[in-house]
Design a binder for this molecule. Sequence first.
Ligand SMILES: Nc1ncnc2c1ncn2[C@@H]1O[C@H](COP(=O)(O)OP(=O)(O)OP(=O)(O)O)[C@@H](O)[C@H]1O
Ligand SMILES: [Mg+2]
Length: 351
Amino acid sequence: MRDTLQTLDDEFAFQTSGRFDLLAGEHVAYTALGAPDVDGALRRSIERAEGVTTVVGRMGSGKSSLIAAVADSLEEGFLPLRVSVIGVEAGDPAAFARHAITEIRDLPDAQLTRHEAHALDRAAAEHRTQIATRELRAGFEIAAGRILTGKVVGDIKRVAAEELQRAADPSDAMRGMQRLFDVFWKLKRCPVVIVEDTDHWGGSPELADAFFDQTSRAFATMDAAMVVATQSDYTRLDGYQRVRDKLTAEVFLPQLPDVERGLTIVLQRRMSLAGVQAPVHDALEPEGLQLLSQSYIESVTDGRAGDLRRTLAVMRAALDIALGEPTAQRVTRGHVEEGMARTPLVPSSAL
Ligand SMILES: Nc1ncnc2c1ncn2[C@@H]1O[C@H](COP(=O)(O)OP(=O)(O)OP(=O)(O)O)[C@@H](O)[C@H]1O
Ligand SMILES: [Mg+2]
């Protein structure tokens, strides 16, 4: 049992580094956690292929995790394009458009083709046969199969570079963004713009306010789908309230209905990714799990999802404390208690 603890520590099993490309592998679907099917809700909203969808939850609740997992599981007709908000005036639609065009121009080729390749591999493994093209809405269709060859990717980037040269004027930037989206549609690919690192707006509500009021409003009318990770408190901003009825959907992350069961499944996933096949109670005694669940419940407000990042951080700290005791075989309630003291609850948002 102590070996198990040591392996979990060596393999950083409960680390929450939050690298977007790793989140999908760690994600457990909400239905598997006994919660409503928000994975399905987000997928269906993206598949409407238009407008802005917000994924709403407190800090550390799992917005990026859900977005990463759903984006990863989209069929090849939908092309996720991640656009960072760091270092950009995200509240100015033209500045954001220029930045998005730049990011698409500078994406490594492999990143543009990876989703398609991955989706096709999955389809083959699932023996999924597909109709050749599917109409999403009038005049917009997606196609099955491999389209993003090296030459095509080169063409996309060339258009992006040309649009960037023309995009000095704000209205040119918006038109350039639309023309770049049109290139994807001509290839029968629906562009899905993912804005997921909005936690960087913590401390500047004006920026978040302007992003929703101006930028998301402008993008809502363009031919692309956009997904925005939204801290719960952002939804109280006037700018968000004003754009709310223009959103394709708001996906609120729900609280885990049975916290002990849900956490067990999340911990089990982490353990198996670390190469440990033992059941969770080999590493964490039941009373420890109870207290860990309480630490999650502490961060729940209004029945919405709690802070899973902090819960995992408490588990990591508790494991560290247990390993500091030469005779400890499992993480105990006492270790979790000390872990909680070391890992204070953060506010629900950074605003
Ligand atoms: N459904 C889930 N299944 C498994 N792990 C999850 C799930 N949701 C969240 N997590 C884990 O919880 C941690 C926090 O999740 P995430 O980074 O997605 O939160 P966030 O809401 O994006 O936070 P922030 O507001 O700071 O951006 C991550 O380590 C993630 O792996
Ligand atoms: Mg996040």
